[in-house]
Design a protein around this ligand. Structure first.
Ligand SMILES: *Cc1c(COP(=O)(O)O)cnc(C)c1O
Length: 435
């Protein structure tokens, strides 16, 4: 149970009624969308504490997603690091393989109650698209997913998954043909079809109430940890009730907010967000909005963004498509400014090393996004004592990334399971998945 003594001093009530986290957040949308946003705010205000809504949400999380996800003591890794005990919150074990489904269920339940039969979403790597297509199949909603044409090519297995689930995938040919272009296109669709369409955003970004609403739905992660950690720590005879640090990767920031938020009042628990440092924070091939960006407006809210001197959004890079985003949720901007959370960078190379390490040492194939958090936790553990602990949000599983990893490792990767480990017969060529 939460240690109430530690909860006394931090009155954290964010955002305010207009959706601001200090100077960040808010709602910057065209006039055509103000009505839709207002309607969504009212619907969320009405259902957010509604016992029947919450009962259904938790029923879905338990029976469809498989929650609660376990907390796992990475004992071998901890021993080899020779410092703090490392624990993994296993969001990789959720149905569809990541934390994204938690939020998508909440928003799809709102769509049903608001009488919107059509759902749209944008996706980068395809994980949010797959989660959305999954829940639309479950609830009988029409589903349209916007995806940059470049990402459609890079993530063909996820594109096919969405199609199997009955979704329409629209390749976006404008701009750099990646996530931010897909986002713009989804916004355009929403403006044209507000009457019958619900826009499911996949992270803690967008105009108010999205950052708050997505955080609330994802907070189930941290709430479970508050209950699970005392038991796990007691097993190792660690006197503390809660971990000394909580570490999560930050793309838009939803898995991090989901595990951070319930821990905000626990001031002796450090909260550490790990951004993608790509090829290094000294150049521009990274996605570290909080460490290298500056405040500005992107996708309906004010936050830290990666922009040039003229306010143009700059190209970002990360080995993991899920972290490759030039902005970040506004609540992270606020937690950074008030010093409650710290933000650090992990490079592509370090994340890949942690990916391979976790595979070999714990028997867990992590998502490349999550590998960033694992890499930092491994570095941090070495600076701490064995009676201290670090809780890592393992946001997703790495099945979707094995093509990328094989390609970067120079290994042959056979797309078809039937040719794995065999010589290729009948003129079939091994298919090398290109990132
Ligand atoms: C999408 C994704 C992320 C990044 O999104 P956040 O909103 O920052 O959580 C991280 N991990 C996995 C596995 C993802 O699929």
């Amino acid at each position: 149970m939460p240690n109430l003594q530690r909860m006394s001093m931090f009155p954290y009530q964010q955002p305010d009624l207009s959706g601001h986290f200090g100077p960040y957040g808010g709602s910057f949308v065209s006039e055509t969308l103000t009505h839709a946003i207002q309607e969504l705010r009212e619907a969320y205000a009405r259902y957010q504490h509604d016992p029947e809504f919450l009962r259904e949400f938790h029923y879905e999380l338990k029976h469809f997603v498989g929650r609660p996800s376990p907390v796992y003591h990475a004992a071998r890794t901890s021993r080899e690091m020779g410092g703090a005990q490392i624990y993994l919150k296993r969001e990789d074990l959720n149905h569809t393989g990541a934390h994204k489904i938690n939020n998508v269920i909440g928003q799809a339940m709102l769509a049903k109650r608001m009488g919107k039969p059509r759902v749209i979403a944008e996706t980068g790597a395809g994980q949010h698209g797959v989660a959305t297509a999954t829940i639309c199949a479950r609830y009988g909603l029409e589903c349209v997913v916007y995806m940059g044409a470049e990402d459609v090519k890079r993530q063909s297995p996820n594109v096919y998954r969405m199609k199997l689930l009955g979704a329409t995938v629209v390749p976006v040919e404008s701009g750099s043909k990646t996530l931010k272009d897909a986002l713009n296109e989804a916004m355009r669709d929403w403006v044209a079809n507000v009457d019958n369409t619900f826009y499911i955003i996949g992270t803690v970004a967008g105009p108010h109430p999205y950052p708050m609403m997505v955080r609330d739905f994802q907070s189930v992660i941290g709430k479970e940890c508050l209950v699970q950690m005392p038991e796990m720590l007691a097993e190792q005879n660690i006197p503390a009730q809660q971990p000394d640090a909580v570490v999560a990767c930050v793309g838009g920031g939803s898995n991090a907010m989901g595990i951070f938020h319930p821990y905000i009042p626990f001031e002796s628990t450090r909260l550490i967000g790990v951004e993608a440092a790509g090829e290094g924070l000294d150049g521009d091939r990274h996605s570290a909005s909080l460490q290298k960006g500056s405040p500005g407006v992107l996708h309906g809210n004010r936050t830290y963004i990666l922009q040039d001197a003229n306010g143009q959004i700059t190209e970002t890079h990360s080995v993991s498509a899920g972290l490759d985003y030039p902005g970040v949720g506004p609540e992270h901007a606020w937690l950074k400014d008030i010093g409650r959370a710290e933000y650090v960078g992990v490079t592509d190379r370090e994340a890949l090393a942690a990916f391979h390490y976790l595979c070999r040492t714990e028997g867990i194939i992590p998502a490349l996004e999550s590998s960033h958090a694992v890499a930092y936790a491994m570095q941090l553990a070495r600076t701490m004592r064995p009676d201290q602990s670090i809780l890592v949000n393992l946001s997703g599983r790495g099945d979707k990334d094995i093509g990328t990893v094989a390609d970067l490792s120079g290994a042959d990767f056979y797309c078809r399971p039937s040719c794995q480990g065999q010589s290729v017969k009948g003129g079939e060529q091994p298919i090398k998945i290109v990132k």
